[in-house]
Design a protein around this ligand. Structure first.
Ligand code: RP5
Length: 216
């Protein structure tokens, strides 16, 4: 099987050489993919050899933050989603400084294919609540550590009136990481592959705890 694939790839290398004037480095992976398809070859026979891109999938989770200054905290959410292979998008939107854009984002989120929204904000942290007011999607709030140690952010995010829920996580980095894990768990209720990744994440975490060496 592998040698057949290698032969087919050799044939394509030759075609690529002709097309690109012998400079294979000038042919990017998307072009290789298109050439293989236009060539009538059943795709994706080259996927392991060229790591050809799969069709782009839409983000399922949005990570929104009230300010660029929240990134150091909210990157923990993005990195955790990436680790689990969850398609995501991240951007700055403010409940107070960009109220119209925030509402527009929230209203269109479900139709764009998003399934969970993570919103982090600090101080008078209304972002998660305002987003939740404009969408039926689950919204997870991350209180950013603030000048008041994040207690203001925590209360502003958590104390929603009955009827518009925001699932509020811990203050700061742990909250951002857990928001991503919770978002993944929500998606995993209908995605077995993701469920297995989450279970593997937990196993690895447990192993790290059990094998911890104390400095003594
Ligand atoms: C909130 O105000 C943001 O979420 C941020 O945590 C806080 C401070 O924002 P900057 O003044 O740093 O932009 O809206």
């Amino acid at each position: 099987m592998l040698s057949e694939a290698l032969q087919r790839n050799a044939k394509h290398e030759a075609r690529l050489s002709n097309i690109s004037g012998c400079d294979l480095s000038a042919v990017n992976e998307s072009q290789r993919f298109l050439i293989a398809r236009n060539d009538g070859t059943s795709w994706p026979f080259t996927e392991n050899l060229y790591n050809l891109p799969m069709p782009e999938s839409k983000p399922l989770v949005a990570v929104i933050m009230g300010s660029k200054s929240d990134w150091d905290t909210m990157r923990n959410a993005v990195e955790t989603l990436e680790e689990l292979g969850v398609q995501n998008e991240a951007r700055v939107l403010s409940a107070h400084r960009t109220p119209d854009a925030t509402a527009e984002f929230a209203r269109g989120a479900a139709d764009r294919g998003l399934r969970v929204i993570i919103a982090g904000a600090g101080g008078a942290a209304h972002l998660a609540g305002v987003i939740a007011a404009h969408t039926w999607l689950p919204v997870l709030g991350v209180p950013i550590q603030s000048k008041l140690q994040g207690l203001d952010s925590l209360l502003s995010t958590a104390q929603m009136p009955g009827g518009i829920p925001v699932g509020t996580l811990a203050i700061g980095e742990a909250g951002a990481k857990n928001a991503a894990l919770l978002a993944a768990a929500i998606l995993a209720t209908s995605d077995d592959t993701l469920r297995q990744k989450l279970e593997a994440f937990r196993r690895k975490q447990s192993e790290a705890v059990l094998s911890a060496k104390l400095p003594r």
